[in-house]
Design a protein around this ligand. Structure first.
Ligand code: IPM
Ligand code: MG
Length: 380
């Protein structure tokens, strides 16, 4: 982890024509594959939104880190990368991964280095069926699937602990150790209960695999029961992760907030995104709730080489991600307005091929910009 210094005041207010003008410093890391296409779309929409709002502006700096940088420099980001990001209010991240660089290199060299270096211990994954989209689940209407997945993002199966010995020999052995700490599990549990408490249904499902994994997962169950005592008004239940997949498919409306380990929630959130219509729309926030470090916002779809450069990547994942970022920056009204503009466009039927349509990234992005302008025109 980066040495803990007092947090920087990176979102500033200044007086402009008698009005308070807030400025947020955004570090954009478009990365690889379709990352640059969707981040460009997101930044364009964000600037239109800021201009229309008039009360805040975004100062964006773009960092060319990722697999191309790796091929030139042998590292995914420079050695002082975290120090350079530290002063920003938020990081807007595209995707990483390249067909000719091993995935664990790209992942550990950039995305995980930022998540773990900045102790972004919460990974938040809202999932719902946006207007105009449909679930592959028969009879599942938009209101039936409205989930908030809370993924532990700092330890567990992604702790990076393990090793290999006797490489290439018949005796070869590899270990991959999951780490669960009282501090790590308690803080994610508390975050999840608090979040569930703020949602109308006040309903939390704690996912583990404590029948088979009798140490770390039983520990999770015990800490869940301890933390639950602080949140008497939250109804909570426990599910084994395998049973949770069938519940997500069979009884989606019985679920509201979900908390799970790093790996379990990784898997469940892909299922969730598919059940909500497409991986192309799903957003995520890697958050340091204590705001000691900048938080990082990214669509969950990844690099998607099969469609890179074709201009048909779905920008909705990056735009919904921008909604989470605005919310985190305190721009609640702008966040709401952007979400409404996005849903006006999804409702209109203008869909990219992953949603069964023919629209391009450009067309969807322009339509969202138009929807923002129109909404503002109607307001004044
Ligand atoms: C995600 C992704 C990543 C993860 C991959 C790219 C390593 O699947 O954000 O869900 O597993 O964390
Ligand atoms: Mg994943």
């Amino acid at each position: 982890m980066v040495e803990d210094k007092p947090s920087h005041e990176t979102s500033r207010g200044s007086k402009f024509l008698g009005c308070e003008m807030r400025e947020h410093a955004i570090a954009a890391i478009p990365g690889d594959g379709i990352g640059p296409e969707v981040i460009a779309a997101g930044l364009e929409v964000l600037q239109v939104l800021a201009q229309k709002d008039g009360n805040f502006r975004l100062r964006v700096e773009t960092f060319p880190w990722g697999s191309d940088y790796y091929k030139k420099h042998g590292v995914m980001m420079p050695g002082d990368g975290l120090e350079r990001l530290r002063a920003f209010s938020a990081i807007y991240f595209g995707a990483v991964g390249a067909p000719d660089v091993p995935d664990h290199v790209t992942l550990w060299g950039l995305r995980l280095a930022i998540c773990q270096g900045f102790d972004q211990y919460v990974n938040l994954r809202p999932t719902r069926i946006l207007q105009g989209l449909s679930s592959p689940l028969r009879d599942c209407k938009p209101g039936d699937l409205d989930w908030m997945i809370v993924r532990e993002n700092s330890e567990g199966e992604y702790a990076g602990l393990g090793g290999r010995a006797h490489r290439g020999s018949p005796e070869e052995v590899a270990t991959e150790t999951a780490i669960f700490t009282r501090r790590g599990v308690t803080r994610i549990m508390r975050f999840a209960f608090k979040l569930a408490q703020r949602r109308p249904r006040k309903l939390l499902t704690v996912v583990t695999k404590s029948n088979a994994q009798r140490h770390g997962m039983v520990f999770w169950d015990e800490i869940a029961a301890e933390v639950a005592k602080e949140f008497r008004d939250v109804t909570w239940d426990k599910m084994l992760v395998d049973a949770m997949t069938t519940r997500m498919v069979g009884k989606p409306s019985s679920i509201d907030t979900i908390v799970a380990t790093n790996l379990h929630a990784d898997i469940l959130s892909d299922l969730a995104a598919a059940l909500a219509g497409s991986l192309g729309i799903a957003p995520t926030a890697n958050v340091d709730p204590e705001r000691r470090f900048p938080s990082m916002f990214e669509p969950i779809h990844g690099a998607a080489f099969d469609i890179t450069g074709k201009g048909i990547a779905n920008p909705i994942g990056a735009l919904w991600t921008a909604v989470l970022m605005l919310d985190h920056l305190g721009e609640k009204e702008a966040a709401l307005r952007l979400m409404q503009a996005v849903e006006r466009v999804t409702a209109s039927g203008l869909h990219t091929p992953d949603l069964g349509g023919k629209a391009t990234t450009r067309e969807v992005t322009s339509a969202v910009c138009d929807a923002i302008q129109l909404a503002n025109a109607l307001m004044f």
